[in-house]
Design a protein around this ligand. Structure first.
Ligand code: MN
Length: 240
């Protein structure tokens, strides 16, 4: 049933949100395209589903405002910040690797542009759960799936102010969980948390306030109903 709804919602999303070419939507069906290749084009990526696809866990109004206003503003501001600079044609991964020298506009808006792309893609209904490989790595790193969730939830709940919770792969290929402030992410040279992002959760108030108000913990609990594990599994495999 969940799977059927997901397909239906994706279908409905086509007219509303799918764009053409090197878009976020296309990369869902073409897993050989990496996020970085998409981002390098400096196009604002399509949302890979309709605004109401994650109801009731994430409501359509929040999705519309979050994607079409917040995310789009980060994108526009990033494009303006890099225009005419040597960073203009660099993939975000490279920009983040020396972002400490690039200034706050590029750090904040580049992070906002990138983080939301990862976030939209790791949301969706009807995925089958962590792969055998990822499950085994999660058990090894955290003891159990439940312990992993608890650790991730705590990262999101205890992030003071605005930020993100992450599951990421460290340079020595170990799974880790942490949060970052504002629009920072584990690819940034200035971040104390470093690695390849696998799963992320936006804990800015704009991500949940319309539906959950001050109850961030309820939003984090609801998030687990709409994690697109197929995408997390794909990112894990690619990062290894
Ligand atoms: Mn956000």
């Amino acid at each position: 049933m969940e799977r059927r709804n997901f397909i239906k919602n994706v279908g409905l999303g086509v007219t509303a949100t799918y764009l053409t070419g090197k878009s976020l939507g296309q990369s869902i069906t073409n897993s050989k395209k990496t996020d970085m290749e998409n981002i390098q084009t400096l196009e604002f990526p399509a949302l890979p589903y309709a605004y109401d696809a994650l109801e009731p866990y994430i409501d359509a109004k929040t999705m519309e405002i979050h994607y079409d206003r917040h995310h789009r503003t980060y994108f526009n501001n990033y494009v303006n910040a890099v225009k005419g600079t040597p960073l203009e044609n660099l993939p975000l991964e490279k920009v983040f690797a020396s972002v400490s020298t690039a200034g706050d506009a590029i750090r904040n808006n580049g992070g906002g542009f990138y983080n939301h792309i990862i976030f939209w893609k790791n949301l969706g209904k009807g995925s089958s759960g962590p792969s055998a490989e990822l499950s085994s790595a999660i058990n090894q790193a955290f003891g159990s799936i439940d312990k992993f969730r608890e650790t991730f939830n705590n990262a999101g709940k205890t992030r003071f102010g605005s930020g993100w919770a992450w599951l990421y792969l460290t340079a020595d290929k170990k799974l880790a969980v942490a949060s970052t402030p504002n629009q920072d992410n584990p690819l940034m040279d200035l971040s104390p948390v470093k690695g390849t992002p696998l799963l992320t959760l936006d804990v800015w108030e704009h991500a949940y306030y319309l539906k959950y108000q001050n109850k961030r913990a309820d939003y984090i609990d609801a998030f687990w109903n709409v994690v697109n594990w197929d995408e997390v599994n794909r990112r894990y495999k690619e990062a290894l």
